[in-house]
Design a protein around this ligand. Structure first.
Ligand code: NAD
Ligand code: DAU
Length: 345
């Protein structure tokens, strides 16, 4: 039986939040989920539309609305906090919403959690640690070479997005220490899977191919990301909520390091395109080189294991989802690409 029966999920209409809500509804029948989501450009009501009313409620609102947050937290057992402005490129062109949601919103939620003595889980990113050198730049250059992020790695964020996520982590950590907030944190690597907004790397390239547009690679394509399927992120967050130690930070990752050009060429291969069907575009300013998560402590302590250990297989399913759900993304495609074109990315 689940420890917490009434869960408030912020940002549950976004990519990772919606996948978490779907996981809870499918796997934990005794839990009622309330989603608080502002439905920004990244939130999509269709991500939740088919879920049963007996198990789930959507409240459309802003996590910065203190009165609304207080009301919802008063009637909940646990909060899982996903709501955020999440895209690095957007944070470079307009940082203000990142300050609003990621910092002010988190502050509001932890104040309400403190007041009502409610369990809080803060969902964060490996980007708070900054980047690591590319393996090819390290002495040795072999597989398995190179440092990975651990829960004790020093914070060193690069972009306005990651700086606001780092700030939100610090707020949660301070509330734990100073006020005894019953909170845990998780820092997770790049997610992929269904319902991801088409501004992000994998869905952008898949929908480019489906729209007859050449995929776009930033810089030289050598930057490395550590991919985890969003289903595995959901099971990891659930394990932390149920079994995690209060006050602790857990890292979630699935040993999925790949450079961007390799991911793109795998997409091209799986979609039946030539391997050179893409173009290089301007690099992202401050572009982090490499992320890599050491999740061994989380695995040992919580017995959590990712299910999608075969990236090619997870990617094939993801591509199929975008092929079969054209209605979900087609209307936004033109505007997303116009926005990128305006910055030559
Ligand atoms: P997303 O952009 O797809 O979804 C964010 C959701 O938050 C949307 O539904 C949006 O409407 C909602 N939201 C934004 N501002 C809000 C506000 N002020 N009030 C209420 N709702 C608001 O993001 P995502 O990729 O699903 O990321 C979710 C969380 O996971 C974020 O905290 C992000 O930092 C973290 N994370 C993401 C990744 C990744 O690879 N995408 C990896 C690690 C951690
Ligand atoms: O590491 C976790 C983070 O992963 C999360 O905290 C963020 O919310 C999430 O957006 C993601 O950040 P990235 O910046 O790594 O993801 P993005 O999908 O924007 O880009 C992935 C890589 O692909 C990155 O090196 C930039 C590159 N890229 C991106 C796009 C959109 C391209 O080469 N071409 C593109 O068109």
């Amino acid at each position: 039986m689940a420890k917490y029966k009434r869960i408030l999920v912020t940002g549950g209409a976004g990519f990772i939040g919606a996948n978490f809500v779907r996981y809870v509804i499918e796997e934990h029948p005794e839990v009622f989920v309330t989603v608080l989501d502002k439905l920004t450009y990244a939130g999509n009501i269709n991500n939740l539309i088919d879920l049963p009313e007996s198990r789930f409620k959507l409240v459309i609102g802003d996590i910065v609305d203190a009165e609304l947050v207080d009301q919802l937290v008063a009637e909940t057992d646990a909060i899982v906090h996903y709501a955020a402005e999440s895209h690095n490129d957007n944070s470079l062109s307009d940082p203000a919403p990142f300050i609003h949601t990621n910092l002010m919103g988190t502050f509001n939620l932890i104040e309400a959690a403190r007041k009502h003595d409610v369990r809080f889980h803060h969902v964060s990113t490996d980007e708070v640690y900054g980047d690591l050198p590319l393996r090819k730049d390290l002495p040795g250059r072999g597989e398995g070479e190179g440092e990975k992020f651990t829960p004790t790695t020093r914070y060193n964020p690069s972009s306005p997005y990651s700086a606001t996520k780092a700030g939100s982590d610090m707020l949660v950590k301070a509330w734990i220490r100073s006020f005894g907030l019953k909170a845990t944190l998780s820092n997770t690597s790049n997610n992929y899977g269904p319902y991801q907004h088409i501004e992000k790397f994998i869905p952008r390239q898949v929908t480019n191919v489906l729209s007859g547009v050449k995929p776009k690679l930033y810089g030289n394509g050598e930057n490395v990301r550590d991919w985890i399927h969003t289903y595995d992120h959901a099971t990891g967050v659930w394990a932390i909520l149920e079994k995690g130690q209060i006050g602790k930070t857990y890292l979630l990752g699935a040993n999925g390091e790949k450079d961007n050009v390799t991911v793109l060429k795998t997409i091209l291969d799986q979609m039946g395109c030539d391997s050179d069907y893409f173009e290089f575009v301007n690099d992202r300013p401050g572009h982090d080189l490499r992320y890599a998560i050491d999740a061994s402590e989380t695995r040992r302590e919580l017995g959590w294991q990712p299910k999608y250990n075969d990236f090619e297989n997870g990617l094939a399913k993801t591509i199929k989802w975008y092929e079969e759900n054209k209605d979900w993304w087609i209307q936004e495609k033109r505007d997303v690409e116009l926005k990128y074109a305006s910055i030559n990315r």
